[in-house]
Write a protein that binds this ligand. Structure first.
Ligand SMILES: [Zn+2]
Length: 323
């Protein structure tokens, strides 16, 4: 294989598919996105993903032959060694999908599959503005809630490739049913899907709220209306940030990171999310761990998934094989 300076990244989300071409210094040369339309099933979604990859290549001015490898980020569970997606809660019908084989065949280039939370932590660790950080925890708050972990400067994938699934930290064992089948996971409260669902349920009880005028209530509806002073939206939003703060305090106690980075669509709410979550998490963590940790928003914003998948491909190329 000739020496190539670029990688293609494919990011499979429950709501959006994204693709981009990145060089070895972390510069993103293209970034394109389309809705996933998960209800259409894996075959059609993968067809759309492969087409999007070609669009990303064209937009970057590069061809398939210029690409050293392809990084694929996807919600877990998945097996990064066999390259198969194993029925993530956010992707119904994706029960045993050999995505690496399909992508390798389509582009004739080596491909690597990474849990999207792990991919994102790699992207932030290698290409974010965080200097001197050796212990980093990443939490994606999106359609679902995922995570990734860097310990002493090394990515942690765990025994089966899905280590760092922080979305399934349980904050109430009698709580709401989660997509994973358990009760009370943080994902069942703080994911974009769960925030919207809790708002719809609360509206069903009949209180006055400006959210009643909205045809389809989303997490963004809740954060926007909370900022505008709607009482019900405020209540749902405060519960969300309290739940996230509580869960992150647990994670901080377990990992004792120097840095916790929050990314994903729900973090578009900015300081309305970051400030209360930071306050709650650091106040509830054990003292030495809480005092050592900072909480910040992801530096790559909406492109964090693509930068992460690209970073994962670069790390695999450097290491020679998945480890
Ligand atoms: Zn769960």
């Amino acid at each position: 294989m000739p020496f190539c300076d670029h990688v293609l990244a494919l990011d499979i989300g429950g709501t959006k598919l994204a693709a981009g071409v990145m060089n070895r210094t972390g510069k993103l040369l293209s970034f394109v996105r389309v809705p996933t339309r998960v209800e259409e099933g894996p075959d059609i979604v993968i067809e759309r993903l492969l087409k999007l990859g070609h669009e990303a290549l064209a937009a970057s001015g590069h061809s398939q032959g210029d690409i050293a490898a392809i990084g694929i980020g996807c919600g877990g569970p998945l097996d990064p060694v066999t390259g198969r997606v194993q029925g993530p809660p956010g992707l119904p019908y994706w029960d045993d999908v050999p995505i690496v084989e399909l992508v390798t065949d389509a582009y004739d280039r080596p491909a690597f599959l990474e849990n999207d939370g792990t991919a994102a932590v790699l992207g932030e660790y290698h290409f974010g503005p965080w200097r001197g950080v050796r212990h980093m925890l990443y939490l994606t708050v999106s359609t679902g809630v995922g995570g990734g972990l860097i310990l002493d400067g090394r990515v942690h994938r765990g025994a089966a490739g899905n280590g760092g699934e922080f979305g399934h930290v349980i904050i109430d064992w009698n709580g709401r049913v989660c997509g994973c089948g358990q009760r009370g996971c943080i994902e069942a409260y703080a994911s974009g899907t769960s925030i919207a669902r809790r708002a719809v349920e609360a509206l069903g009880a009949g209180p006055a709220s400006s959210m009643r005028d909205v045809a389809v209530v989303t997490a963004e509806t809740v954060s926007t209306h909370a900022a505008q002073g709607d009482r019900l939206a405020r209540q749902i939003w405060d519960e969300t940030t309290a739940a996230l703060g509580r869960a992150i305090a647990v994670m901080i106690n377990v990992v004792e990171p120097q840095l916790v980075v929050l990314g994903g669509g729900v973090t578009r709410a900015g300081n309305a999310l970051l400030l209360p979550v930071r306050r709650a998490a650091l106040a509830q963590a054990m003292r030495p761990a809480g005092a050592a940790a900072r909480l910040e928003l992801a530096s790559h914003g909406d492109t964090v998934g693509v930068v992460g998948a690209a970073a994962s491909a670069l790390v695999h190329l450097q290491q020679g094989a998945p480890s």
